[in-house]
Design a protein around this ligand. Structure first.
Ligand code: NAD
Length: 483
């Protein structure tokens, strides 16, 4: 593999980090270093923030149509380079190529198009009170927004923040995960190609504790949209609270899949296997705690395990691979520790649990889809986010019990509920403390809907008008119609 050098994108130029220090970027399917990424520090962030600050008055005063047209051009150019983006995402993250091709890159394109269109249709409120006064709300861009994203859906989540921030007239300083920087680098080149004005979007690479910390603590960055781990989110909230920054935090999940005896069992099995193991279980919305009503438990469990056998673990570019490589050695080791822990906690291993060495890719990081039973709700395996291909399955007696089980973790991101009883579906949906409920489906996304979690899964919502409201400051203007 040839060594590639990734550069920061600051003030419209691709530049080396101030310190000239780089860190290794690994290809998870082979375990080899294939690129170097800037180990940026506070000086690089300072330059990026200055550039974004200078660009802000120009960008915010462009017509909405003009801003929107830049986002459409970015989307079109990513589409023109579709294969290059899809290959890069798989090489960097280890996810099956099929996912990069059918989910990640199409969604990144859709994010830019969605907000390019949404901002043209957004209208702020007006309130006519009594005869003598009328109120209207101005929604103004805030300034420089920091957009920080994780490694599991790299360009998908990066663009999910950048697109609404730019569409609403903010300028951006963004950092992709240091584990998966490549498609963000390609995005910099796309921005250059479409002539996005200098400084409107700046992409600084590097580690969270250094480059990320410099961004969130910078006094000239009033808005932060962050997706990542709950601990990192807590850290950002602590640092930024005294500065009263506007925060959107999309954090971890430990999501329950709830299967009632009156569901369409084949569909429930098929989709809950997908919910547990898609993208190697590295999706915040994965259903990693599976609760099945007692009367169908045995039947469901057997069918679930049969289906797990079809999940071929292998080199991500292969069409046969349903599960690719784990994103990093560090994360691979963490998942294996969790598998050991589940055994120590008395879990009965029903399937998987071992590493895999695909031929020719023996140094990559692969783990079988894994299923445990016999673990109670208070054990660490059922309380902590593993973020890998590891799930637990457990029977329940009735509706009240499963609601209590579903709500038994500190997280509250999503759930998927399987039943043919309409009233029960709505009842349970209302009682599970999560931000997103799927009934008889999973991971169906409509970009207009509010997206986010309760409890330790986050703060605020993304998606649709929610993101447009987040990235703007509301100003009410009250006018007398008599004077
Ligand atoms: P992470 O918190 O380690 O890192 C996320 C990003 O934050 C990276 O870009 C990282 O460099 C940066 N960062 C780290 N420390 C920082 C700091 N002190 N200040 C500023 N930035 C910092 O998370 P990860 O391991 O990359 O991603 C996995 C986590 O993301 C999981 O917990 C998963 O559930 C969560 N996630 C949540 C959602 C959601 O929408 N709720 C979506 C995807 C992933």
């Amino acid at each position: 593999m040839s060594m590639e050098i990734i550069e920061n994108y600051i003030d419209g130029k691709l530049v080396a980090p101030n310190s000239n220090q780089y860190i290794d970027n690994f290809c998870p399917s082979t375990g080899e270093v294939y690129a170097k990424i800037p180990n940026s520090d506070i000086d690089d962030v300072q330059k990026a923030v200055e550039s974004a600050k200078n660009a802000f008055p120009i960008w915010k005063n462009l017509s909405i149509e003009k801003r929107s047209s830049y986002l459409y051009k970015i989307a079109d150019e990513i589409e023109n380079q579709f294969d290059q983006f899809a290959h890069a995402e798989t090489k960097d993250n280890g996810k099956p190529f099929k996912l990069s091709k059918h989910v990640d890159i199409p969604r990144a394109i859709a994010n830019f198009r969605f907000y390019a269109g949404a901002v043209l249709h957004f209208a702020s409120e007006s309130h006519k009170g009594n005869q003598d006064f009328i109120n209207y709300t101005l929604r103004e861009p805030i300034g420089v927004a920091a957009c920080i994203s994780p490694w599991n859906l790299p360009l998908y989540l990066f663009s999910w923040k950048i697109a609404p921030a730019l569409a609403t007239g903010n300028t951006v300083v963004a950092k992709p995960s240091e584990v998966t920087p490549y498609t963000a680098y390609l995005l910099s080149k796309v921005c250059q190609k479409v002539g996005l004005p200098n400084g409107v979007l700046n992409i600084v690479h590097g580690i969270g504790a250094k480059a990320g910390h410099a961004m969130v603590s910078h006094p000239d960055v009033p808005t932060i949209s962050f997706t990542g781990g709950t601990k990192t989110g807590q850290n950002i909230a602590k640092i930024t609270a005294p500065m009263f920054k506007k925060l959107s935090l999309e954090l971890g999940g430990k999501n329950p899949t709830i299967v009632f005896e009156d569901c369409q069992i084949e569909e429930a099995v098929k989709t809950s296997v997908k919910a547990a193991y898609t993208n190697q279980g590295e999706i915040c919305l994965c259903g990693s705690r599976i609760y099945v009503q007692k009367s169908i438990y045995q039947k469901f469990k057997n069918a679930f395990i049969e289906r797990m056998k079809t999940l071929h673990v292998g080199e991500p570019m292969s069409e046969d691979s349903k599960i690719g490589a784990i994103v990093s050695k560090q994360h691979y080791e963490k998942i294996l520790e969790h598998i050991d822990l589940a055994k120590q906690e008395g879990g009965k291993l029903l399937f998987g649990g071992k590493t895999v060495q695909p031929e020719g890719f023996e140094n990559g990081w692969y783990i079988e889809p894994t299923l445990f039973e016999n673990l109670n709700e208070s054990c660490r395996t059922n309380q902590e986010e593993i973020f890998g291909p590891v799930a637990t399955i457990q029977p329940f007696e009735n509706e009240d019990e499963v609601i209590q089980l579903a709500n038994s973790t500190p997280y509250g991101l999503s759930t998927s509920i399987w039943t043919n009883n309409l009233a029960k579906a709505h009842r349970v949906a209302a009682k599970v403390n999560v931000g997103i409920v799927w009934i008889n489906c999973w991971l169906v996304r409509d970009l207009r809907t509010p997206f986010g979690g309760m409890k330790q899964s986050g703060l605020g919502r993304e998606g649709g008008w929610e993101a447009i409201r987040f990235f703007t400051e509301a100003k009410n203007v009250c006018v007398s119609t008599q004077v």
